[in-house]
Write a protein that binds this ligand. Structure first.
Ligand SMILES: O=C(O)CCCC[C@@H]1SC[C@@H]2NC(=O)N[C@@H]21
Length: 185
């Protein structure tokens, strides 16, 4: 891993934390907020690729468990993990990894110069929604005692906003890559 890799990981960790400055929005169904931080998770995977994207998210998780107020609403601490949002937070790591892997495999050719917007969008949907929800939904169900149906209904609420975030992340990654080819790694 190079110094540039570490700088990019730290930069996208900072982007995710900065997006947490926007206040979380509560939904009625489950005690998990809508947050813009998922946009940063998809951006990290789509722009940086699997290893560095997952690294940026892992750094956010590390700062969280160390007690720093890096999550939306200024939250942090080890207690987040066994709580209702803990699965979603941990799911950001494989979510960014899968987003980046799909971008690397299907969206980018010729060292980053040829890139597909549609493939970036599909990668963000699969990694940023499906993978994150696959960890988050059962975790919320187990930690709250709510049934899987209710936990999944919460995710259905998130899916509307997260699809828009996937579109934004895909457009940004696609355009960044055209003007400044970063090979996904
Ligand atoms: O702040 C936390 O403790 C983690 C928040 C997790 C929020 C999840 S991530 C996927 C889904 N989309 C959202 O906007 N919110 C939830």
């Amino acid at each position: 891993m190079s110094t540039q890799d570490l700088v990019l990981i730290a930069l996208f960790c900072a982007v995710i934390v900065a997006l947490g400055l926007l206040p979380p929005v509560s939904i009625a169904v489950i005690p998990v907020p809508v947050t813009l931080q998922t946009l940063g998770v998809m951006l990290a995977g789509a722009v940086l690729g699997p290893v560095r994207g997952a690294g940026a998210c892992a750094l956010v998780v590390l700062l969280t468990v160390l007690g720093l107020p890096v999550l939306s609403g200024g939250r942090g601490g080890l207690g987040v993990i066994p709580g209702p949002t803990g699965g979603y937070l941990l799911g950001w790591i494989p979510g960014a990894f899968v987003t980046g892997w799909l971008v690397k495999r299907f969206a980018v050719r010729a060292g980053g110069r040829l890139t597909s917007l549609a493939a970036h969008f599909a990668a963000c949907l699969v990694g940023g929604l499906l993978v994150v929800y696959a960890v988050g939904v059962p975790w919320t169900s187990m930690t709250t005692g709510l049934g899987m149906g209710k936990a999944a209904l919460g995710a259905a609420y998130f899916a509307i906003g997260d699809t828009l975030k996937a579109a934004v992340a895909a457009a940004v990654a696609h355009h960044v890559r055209r003007s400044y080819p970063i090979e996904p790694r």
